[in-house]
Write a protein that binds this ligand. Structure first.
Ligand SMILES: Cc1cc2nc3c(=O)[nH]c(=O)nc-3n(C[C@H](O)[C@H](O)[C@H](O)COP(=O)(O)OP(=O)(O)OC[C@H]3O[C@@H](n4cnc5c(N)ncnc54)[C@H](O)[C@@H]3O)c2cc1C
Length: 231
């Protein structure tokens, strides 16, 4: 939809990867719709994933014993967070939709993307206590996880060896994104591109393309325990 702003937080080392192709498709389709698309290409940026003292410029509030959460909260309020965090927060603040594009690593995101979440979604910016879940500060924004797996879809069912894929989405979609106030769109899971045939890979890219064409009409999922774990 013309005028909408989209941030793609992309975590893959190789532009020619399947993740790279999924990201490319999203940039093309959304740009064609008239959206402003920004990509944070985390590996290419050399994004710092570690949450450390270096994230606070200037003096600490409580130098005796270092507490990362306390110090970044204070630094956010004093505008003394390091510039790479501030840059990413600006991108998030401007976005109507944030797409996370990544390969599943140990039922979760790659460390570089986990580091982005740890450092960018800090208290004061993304949430406060109180001020979380439906009252999170990023309310009014949409988020979508687009991920690839190594294992095939049959493994990620309730009776499959890995369990329902919804189980590993709980910490990311609910514990992180919904906690910060995002409304979460259904995930886009491209299962096992490495073992899929060329034809199957083309179909996965086509299905992502097709979905993006009408993404702005989608209704967010009910991001509560029953969606993930059933009754
Ligand atoms: C540390 C680690 C932990 C992991 N943990 C898990 C886990 O918990 N669960 C799990 O299921 N998996 C896990 N994996 C596997 C991982 O999720 C997969 O390797 C990854 O999702 C594959 O995506 P890719 O983009 O890297 O694939 P790629 O290997 O880049 O792509 C697959 C194929 O698609 C081709 N391709 C690229 N673009 C196109 C295009 N436009 N058209 C057609 N073909 C194209 C590529 O050339 C390649 O042949 C883990 C991997 C690592 C390294």
């Amino acid at each position: 939809m013309a005028g909408k702003k989209v941030l793609i937080v992309y975590a893959h080392q190789e532009p020619q990867s399947f993740n790279g192709s999924l990201k490319k498709v999203a940039v093309e389709i959304l740009s064609k719709q008239g959206c402003t698309v920004t990509v944070s290409d985390l590996y290419a940026m050399g994004f710092e994933p570690r949450a450390t003292r270096n994230d606070i410029t200037g003096a600490l509030s409580h130098p005796e014993v270092f507490s990362y959460g306390v110090e970044v909260y204070e630094a956010y309020k004093k505008r003394s967070l390091t510039s790479d965090i501030v840059d990413e927060q600006k991108k998030v603040q401007e976005a109507d939709l944030v797409i996370f594009q990544f390969p599943l690593y140990w039922f979760s995101v790659p460390a570089i993307l986990k580091g982005w979440m740890d450092r960018v979604l800090c208290q004061g910016f993304a949430f406060d206590l109180p001020g979380f879940y439906d009252a999170g500060f990023l309310k009014g924004k949409l988020a979508l996880l687009s991920l690839t797996t190594g294992g095939p879809a049959e493994m990620y069912t309730r009776t499959g060896v890995s369990g329902d894929f919804k189980y590993f989405l709980w910490p990311l979609q609910h514990g992180t994104l919904h906690f910060c106030g995002f409304k979460v769109l259904a995930p886009q899971i491209s299962f096992a591109p490495e073992t899929a045939s060329e034809d199957e890979r083309k179909k996965m890219l086509a299905s992502w393309t097709q979905r993006l064409e009408s993404i702005w009409k989608e209704v967010p999922i009910p991001c509560t325990a029953p969606w993930y774990f059933g009754q």
